[in-house]
Design a protein around this ligand. Structure first.
Ligand code: G3P
Length: 217
């Protein structure tokens, strides 16, 4: 499963990227707002830092304007993925932009039927939002599973980019189901390394090592 990092914070992306943990980046208008940066500038910096796909989201509501914004965003770098919302206009923009050879990420997906439409419109990635379904007492992971089944039934090549990931358990379950990609905030990716038994075991090793009085260096 590929790891995308869901942030527009350069330092956080760089730290994970240095460890080889970043296969791509996703941003959205809320993340750009949080960064306090200009969208074109910060997206260019991210694209220079990371080799993989970098999603930058259009903000227009009608397809013609989305297409124009998508073309402008795609000029930033070769690894830009134009992100469009899963609306009828977004699907029209997806069809046109993917037809021009641009990578397109269709976002705000909350049903397998929506994911089916995005695949038929030529999406490179579909972004189903797990956490926001869980917030409504629905089952976000079930949606990932449903989309996996539907795409596999017909051999769609659109990659399932599991988004709105809030916990390490979401990451594990996405990997079990077979999501192609998961995008998570930096703190969730870093939390994957933590386990209380690792901390406990390390403390015991250090206590015993202290008793030996030895040094390695
Ligand atoms: O990739 C989409 C993600 O940013 C949404 O996450 O936690 O705001 O639902 P969240």
């Amino acid at each position: 499963m590929k790891f995308f990092v869901d942030t527009a914070e350069i330092d956080a992306i760089a730290e994970l990227n240095d460890l080889g943990m970043v296969d791509g980046v996703t941003t959205n208008p809320s993340l750009i707002m949080k960064s306090g940066r200009d969208i074109l500038e910060v997206t260019k910096e991210i694209c220079e830092l990371v080799d993989g796909p970098v999603s930058a989201e259009v903000v227009a509501m009608d397809s013609d304007a989305m297409i124009a914004e998508g073309r402008k965003l795609a000029e930033i770098a070769e690894n830009i993925t134009v992100k469009v919302p899963l609306t009828w206009d977004g699907l029209k923009a997806c069809k046109v932009l993917s037809g021009e050879g641009k990578m397109v990420n269709v976002t705000l997906c909350f049903s397998a039927n929506q994911a089916l439409l995005a695949a038929k419109a030529g999406a490179t990635f579909i972004s189903p939002f797990i956490g926001r379904l869980d917030d409504m007492a629905l089952d976000g992971l079930e949606l990932i599973d449903d989309i996996r089944t539907v795409y596999d039934n017909y051999g769609f090549e659109t990659e399932i980019l599991a988004a709105s990931i809030r916990s390490v358990n979401h990451v594990l379950e996405c990997a079990r189901i077979g999501a192609d990609v998961m995008t998570a905030p930096p703190n969730v990716i870093k939390a994957l390394a933590s386990h209380p038994l690792t901390d406990k075991g390390l403390a015991a090793f250090m206590a015993d090592w202290e008793k030996t009085g030895q040094k390695i260096l």
